[in-house]
Design a protein around this ligand. Structure first.
Ligand SMILES: CC(C)(COP(=O)(O)OP(=O)(O)OC[C@H]1O[C@@H](n2cnc3c(N)ncnc32)[C@H](O)[C@@H]1OP(=O)(O)O)[C@@H](O)C(=O)NCCC(=O)NCCS
Length: 212
């Protein structure tokens, strides 16, 4: 499997794959960062070009998203699928995912101690980070990021490309419009319009078009 990215989130993703990481044939990909070692942690090869990725994909075409931003995850998914890659999910062993009525899209990252409750849907390419929770009857769109410790309570609807900051709480029955950002630590008590940035307790808009 090829993990796209070799930076902070990619290394956390590697940790979330333990104890199986050591037994998996893992490669990383980064063609933007200068001065990377050839082997990450002295062990995992870092591919530096699409030509190298194509060679790997000829024997194993699975890849996972190892970057933490909403739009970059989407762009990378498009790019590596166009190279013949198959987008797959990485789900930490310690994550708790209800066996009841959960629909998971491809290409997810579900990190350590995340909780995904019953009757939920998580769209393609979404990242549910460590100790974040997504509660009953909630729907998360495609390429969202739920940051560490954030909580999305019951019956919420979070549209595509939303970023929910660390330790934010979205109260039950809230709708968050597409491409919105919820600031770290915010408590969201009202619906959030598309393309908004909201911060604070209770959360209030501060502008449009921002991203973490
Ligand atoms: C909301 C956020 C996107 C705003 O970023 P920004 O557009 O660069 O905004 P700025 O830092 O210029 O701050 C604008 C104002 O909002 C305030 N603000 C920013 N983030 C805030 C937050 N989370 N809670 C309360 N106020 C916040 C700033 O203090 C500033 O106030 P001022 O105008 O009175 O000085 C960002 O601060 C944030 O919370 N990102 C989430 C980070 C995160 O959790 N990442 C997860 C990584 S795993």
């Amino acid at each position: 499997m090829l993990i796209i990215g070799a930076g902070g989130h990619a290394t956390e993703l590697l940790q979330s794959m333990e104890p199986l990481a050591a037994a998996t044939n893992l490669f990383f990909y980064d063609d933007v960062t200068p001065d990377l070692p050839a082997l990450l942690f002295g062990r995992f090869p870092v591919l530096r070009s699409e030509a190298e990725a194509r060679v790997l994909f000829a024997r194993d075409n699975t890849f996972a998203l190892g970057l933490g931003g909403t739009t970059i995850r989407w762009k990378i998914a498009q790019r590596f699928q166009a190279l013949g890659g198959q987008l797959v999910s990485v789900i930490a062993e310690s994550a708790s995912i209800s066996p009841y009525d959960v629909v998971l899209g491809p290409g997810l990252n579900v990190m350590q101690n995340a909780l995904i409750s019953s009757s939920t849907q998580i769209g393609e390419g979404t990242l549910v980070n460590a100790a974040a929770s997504v509660h009953h009857n909630t729907e998360l769109g495609r390429y969202c990021v739920v940051s560490p410790g954030a909580r999305v309570l019951g019956r919420c609807q979070v549209e595509d490309f939303c970023l929910i900051g660390a330790n934010a709480t979205i109260l039950a029955d809230i709708r968050v419009g597409h491409n919105s950002t919820i600031g770290a630590g915010a408590v969201v008590t009202r619906h959030v319009a598309p393309n908004s940035v909201v911060v604070g307790v209770p959360a209030r808009p501060i502008g449009v078009g921002h991203k973490a």
